[in-house]
Write a protein that binds this ligand. Sequence first.
Ligand code: ZN
Length: 446
Amino acid sequence: MWAYPFEFRPPPTAEKDIKFLVKWCEKLGVNKVFFAVRRGIYSFHESKILPQNPQFKGFNLLGKIVKSLHDIGVEAHGMVVVSPWVNLREKVPSDIDPCPPFLRRRDWLPVDRYGFREDEAPFFGRTYDLDIGQEEVRQFIAEYVRDLIEAVPELDGIHLDFIRYRYWKSTLKIIAGPGSEFRRIPPSPAFIKMTLSRRLLNEEEGLKLAYKIMDVRNAGGPPFKETEIILEREYLYCFCEKCLKNFTDKTGIEFPENLKTTDEKSSWLLEKHKEALIKFRIDNVTDQVRKVRKVMDEEGFNKPLSAATFARFPPHGTTDTKPPSEEDYDKILYTIAQDWTSWAREKLLDFAAPMLYWMPPQNILVATLILKKRIGKDFPLYPGILTADNYKYKPKWLLEAAELLKENNIEGLTLFRYGTWCERVRRNLGMKPIYRYEKTIKRIKE
Ligand SMILES: [Zn+2]
């Protein structure tokens, strides 16, 4: 089961919440908990690299959870999120201590294919990722794992989440009219930046987005009538100067002199050397996994390394009932560069929890079997099932999925996440339960 610090109320109530977690795991037969050790810039262990969450300062939430779960024989793995590091909803005090290096190093933020660095147009307007195309950044993330192992050596393993690039692509159509303020609609390639006035904690930050004008139909001049502007945002990174240089160094592919802007360079790469670019990005992510494994070995931490991985991307939207296919995995390699079955074959990973989200039970099985076929049947898989407010997973489906997986000798399943499956946690946090799952989960245990 995946669990997160925000599912626990600050001390002293946290003690009660930890006791309840333990009881719940025991009652329902949960035998591994992957606990997120960080939220935004804050750690939930005594870290030398990141500040502790102010609400939990001096409480050692992670240490207490690990100890309490061990008392009943449940494994506790430290879940390390690799991609997003800064949540813009959280206010960062100016006297923060220790001050994480990435708050000073804006050159550690990725640049998208259009040339916008992430602080100009943050992912979903909310978070900053780190640029894992840079060796220095990957080493920093590995050092954070070392920091975690040294602070909480009792952990039963390290679990990587968001171990990938992030990606999204969307197209908007604007009908302009009369649109006099434009005087003329700029032709492609030009960019439109938007700031939605959504209030975040850092109030000057709105929801910033940047779109490329791809096409203008019935342009004319003002007053515009039936003029269509097609906008696109493909959030694909990183195309910073360092990554472009690394790409050339690794592949020998030089950029023609006439290409000036990042947009021109990325478009040229995608047109002429897409395969090389995909491989370059995959290698960066795989190297991150290798660096984490190396730190674990150096620390003598001989425990499993695992990851939350993908079978299909994007996982949501209209594709959820489409049967899984072999091609799903190949698309992942372009979008998020997560070739995790190769990590399994290379023995970098000991097991994986592919996130299948809200696929119907039969599709959960099909996707899992496709993955097993790629890796080998002996590699342990614990497919992850999500329930959430907007995707309520029926209790009946959960039971069916569990039965199908068991019949096919799959090692288990992972619940995503504690706070959505457990009605008590929902109530504690002031939310209505999604369903009453306890009976079903108990039946799975039996
Ligand atoms: Zn870069």
